[in-house]
Ligand binder design. Structure first.
Ligand code: URA
Length: 240
């Protein structure tokens, strides 16, 4: 894959190698960059879409956007930056120092599991839009058993203490231990699951997001680990 749209050579090389623009200009000036097989020493060359660019003999691939699946550990905040706490973006910053990554949707500081990190604002906006109803699935540990009445209430739409009525949600208590359950939400309201169980005077002791849309968290990712998504996986997120 080469350049996708018309772009300046020095910018393209800097982005693909994640190096400062000054370093990419230096590489170009030293004749270490080729465009379609020819050495090109002009940093302001406009690349045609699909141009093959090599630096130091290696072909460059600059992905337009990054999509990462992170298994958020407890105690890390779902933000790009924070003055006090480690953020989900801090966990991947070394690998993507020049990307403006942010979490698409939030998990509480105490919650764990699947956080999607991206720099594709339009994609994030789309999957978070209430009209899209992209589902989010959670494993939840309660301080009292979940009952069939709660499952019915979730299915109808729980009215929170402040009067807001939630969209219908799914609640599946575990057969062996109803203090453990799976909850599927189709919207994202601050502290939503805790507040929904709060209506029934039930406390949440643990909350772990296991899926976004049709994409499950990779079980091989330990807390704090992450990996890039394939194009097929990005597509699965949109399949609610
Ligand atoms: N609902 C909550 O209460 N907390 C989360 O982190 C996610 C959903």
């Amino acid at each position: 894959m080469g350049a996708e749209k018309k772009t300046r050579l020095d910018k393209y090389v800097a982005q693909a190698l994640e190096i400062p623009r000054s370093a990419s200009r230096e590489m170009i000036a030293k004749g270490r960059v080729t465009v379609n097989g020819q050495v090109c020493k002009k940093a302001d060359t406009q690349l045609e879409p699909g141009a093959d660019v090599c630096a130091g003999g290696r072909p460059l691939h600059h992905e337009a956007f990054v999509y990462l699946m992170l298994n958020k550990p407890e105690g890390v905040v779902s933000a790009a930056e924070d003055k006090r706490d480690t953020t989900v973006v801090d966990l991947v910053r070394d690998a993507y120092p020049r990307r403006a990554l942010f979490p698409a949707g939030r998990l509480d500081k105490t919650s764990t599991g699947f956080v999607l990190l991206t720099d594709d604002g339009a994609f994030a906006h789309d999957i978070l839009a209430p009209r899209r109803h992209v589902s989010k699935t959670y494993r939840v540990v309660l301080d009292a058993p979940a009952t069939p009445a709660m499952a019915e209430g979730f299915a109808k739409g729980v009215t929170l203490a402040d009067g807001q009525t939630m969209e219908p949600a799914e609640l599946y208590p575990d057969e062996q231990d109803p203090c453990r359950c799976t909850v599927v939400l189709h919207q994202g309201v601050y502290h939503q699951i805790k507040r929904m169980f709060g209506v029934y005077d039930v406390g949440v002791n643990g909350l772990h997001r296991t899926a976004i849309g049709g994409l499950a968290l990779d079980a091989a990712l330990a807390p704090g680990q992450w990996r890039a998504l394939t194009a097929e996986e990005v597509h699965k997120i949109q399949q609610r």
